[in-house]
Design a protein around this ligand. Structure first.
Ligand code: SF4
Ligand code: SF4
Length: 614
């Protein structure tokens, strides 16, 4: 009988287009549910609305599932009453479906990881959103943002002049801050190692995150650029379910990087931007991406590990907690990187619980911040997140996602939590120890003939407040390099329990002019530093004798050696916690084995040229 009912044009189109959207992943989730209810308690909407079954993931999923069963599943087509199959006929029914798929789910995927059958509700909820968008049934905010991204090229309708003006303004701010007129934010430079792409929210509301990133690239000596066009790494296609928009946005960015001949695309901290650009975009755009793509979180960790930037965690002492963005963490597996970085740049980090893949959504995900008609129910569901934040006792919540910044700030205001929200780029920039290049007066560079040489660019006179290393590093100019060896005149203690490694490291340093004292365990390393008073210590993380972490901490707390440069050289990066979790300044350098001669020499020189603060 019901099939005789008239179906609206829009409803007809939705059903026709559904058939084109079905794939193995979606159908697997549509047929896999056994209605066990395991996912129910995983949804923040359910927890915030006890007694209302319409928020349960399986209930919401069944609103979409019944269409599949009625029109595509064999059993449902023959015995619709048996499997609760049903159809859609009117525009009013489409509106009701819209309120479920946009208003009662942030596509956070927390229910997905709690489903024993592997049902990924978010994947077909997104499909339903896309079907509704294709017939013009969507929240007004979704229409506006999609239009801006299609027509202007970015989600917030930022015009090119506004974008370029903001970059110029931020470059000027940075020049003032660093008192260095040579600092810039390069635009459209070709053949760069890094092309940096951002969220338009940074231009509109948070330009400081752009200057902070520029400060880090500058300190790292990076060869980088930002595109003048096609610079938006966010992608509303992920939220609206519009694969055509998703593919178009991603393709524009990929082609721009290729046009600039960039070697690596670094994506600023944004969960959905990272997921769209790095994970989903190549499929939406059907594009073979020929360059590396990485989160700026990984870039910043790399800079610290390679000794390209120095950080001082004691500059960030306010207690912080970390919020995992659903897209970064659950969908892309970025769990440990942000924590590793946090522990390098703050002194007091407390986990919130649950965390990582089990963390609750900020409630602003899935484009929810743009759908004002659902704000009351969004903020009601945010009580779960608010309770989670409150329990940490932290004053600041850190997140690697601009969307989460807005979602969290909104609920913090609503629930009067009195917390700040910030991102890792801000904390890293604040912890940066910027090298001050101070010209060495000519009379001070005269070096005794027997003194060994360090090339001129290494020699920056330390500012007055910087503790002077136990042993002065000899200085010279290029004119006065009697031996021309980059490490000449330096004394190093090299600690490694593997004879081959120890010999390799020692030989490299000696060949480059250094005097080397060898140590094969923790006790020897400590004793050698105390008796030899070297310029620098290299430490393997796994050695017999005194615990390496204790060696490191003992030296850091000893006024005579607190300024000693330390470089970790390890084949066991997972042991970094031994050192980096200590409540003392982190090592000045870090290298993973196997290590090259060039990296060893460059790192030692870099450590000794940067003023060290006790
Ligand atoms: S946990 Fe999975 S199988 Fe169980 S009701 Fe939820 S979606 Fe269905
Ligand atoms: S994806 Fe998230 S918001 Fe949506 S039903 Fe699942 S747990 Fe709830």
């Amino acid at each position: 009988m019901s099939e005789m009912k008239t179906r609206s044009h829009k409803a007809q189109k939705v059903l026709e287009r559904m058939g084109q959207k079905l794939n193995r992943q979606i159908v697997g989730s549509l047929v896999g549910c056994v209605h066990c209810g395991m996912c129910t308690e995983s949804c923040h909407y359910v927890l915030a609305n006890p007694g209302d079954p319409t928020y349960a993931p399986a209930y919401k999923a069944d609103r979409i599932r019944k269409l599949f069963k009625r029109h595509f599943d064999w059993t449902g087509r023959v015995f619709p009453w048996w499997v609760k199959a049903g159809s859609v006929y009117t525009d009013e029914e489409l509106e009701e479906l819209k309120d479920i798929v946009f208003g009662k789910c942030t596509n956070c995927r927390r229910c997905t990881i709690n489903c024993p059958m592997g049902v990924d509700f978010a994947v077909f909820n997104r499909m339903a959103r896309g079907l509704l968008v294709s017939v013009g049934v969507m929240p007004e905010g979704v229409a506006v943002v999609s239009k801006d991204q299609w027509e202007v090229g970015n989600q917030m309708g930022v015009l090119k002049e506004e974008y370029l003006d903001t970059l110029e303004w931020m470059a000027e701010e940075l020049q003032d801050e660093l008192e260095d007129p040579s600092v810039s934010i390069p635009i459209d430079q070709t053949d760069c190692d890094v092309v940096y792409t951002i969220n338009p929210r940074e231009v509109k509301y948070d330009p400081r995150s752009i200057s902070d990133a520029a400060k880090i690239f500058h300190a790292a000596g990076e060869n980088w650029t930002m595109p003048s066009e096609c610079w938006d790494m966010t992608n509303f296609g992920l939220f609206s379910g519009d694969d055509a928009l998703g593919g178009s946005v991603a393709r524009r960015l990929y082609e721009k990087v290729i046009e600039l001949r960039g070697k690596r695309l670094v994506i600023s901290e944004c969960g959905h931007g990272y997921r769209s650009t790095r994970c989903e975009g190549p499929n939406w755009a059907k594009f073979n991406v020929p360059f590396v793509m990485e989160s700026s979180v990984d870039t910043m960790i790399r800079y610290i590990k390679e000794g390209r930037i120095k950080v001082d965690k004691t500059r960030n002492t306010v207690p912080v907690t970390f919020h995992d963005s659903c897209n970064n963490a659950r969908s892309c597996g970025l769990f440990e990187g942000p924590r590793e970085l946090l522990n390098l740049v703050v002194t007091d980090f407390q986990e919130m619980h649950p965390n990582r893949a089990e963390n609750y959504c900020c409630t602003g995900g899935g484009g929810a911040m743009s759908m004002s008609e659902y704000t009351p129910q969004r903020l009601k569901s945010a009580v779960i997140k608010a309770d989670q934040l409150k329990a940490t006792g932290a004053k600041t919540v850190v997140t690697s996602c601009h969307n989460c910044v807005d979602g969290l700030a909104d609920l913090i205001r609503h629930y009067k939590l009195g917390m700040e929200v910030t991102q890792l780029v801000n904390l890293v920039a604040n912890a940066l120890v910027i090298e001050e290049k101070v010209a060495v007066p000519a009379e001070e560079v005269a070096v005794p003939v027997e003194a060994a040489a360090v090339p001129a660019e290494v020699m920056a006179a330390p500012p007055a407040e910087v503790a002077v290393p136990a042993k002065e590093v000899p200085v010279t100019t290029s004119v006065g390099e009697p031996e021309g060896l980059p490490l000449a005149g330096l004394k190093l203690v090299v600690a490694d329990d593997e004879p081959d490694q120890l010999e390799f490291l020692a030989t490299v340093f000696e060949d480059n002019g250094a005097t080397v004292v060898r140590a094969t365990d923790g006790d020897e390393a400590l004793a050698a530093v105390r008796s030899e008073k070297p310029d620098l210590l290299t430490l393997d993380l796994e050695m017999p004798g005194l615990d390496v972490g204790d060696v490191f901490e003992t030296l850091r707390k000893d006024p005579e050696f607190e300024s000693l440069g330390v470089c970790i050289i390890t084949g066991r990066p997972e042991l970094r916690k031994l050192i980096y979790d200590r409540s003392v300044r982190i090592p000045e350098g870090y290298l993973d084995k196997p290590v090259t001669e060039e990296a060893l020499v460059r790192t030692v020189r870099k450590i000794l040229e940067v003023p060290r603060q006790a």
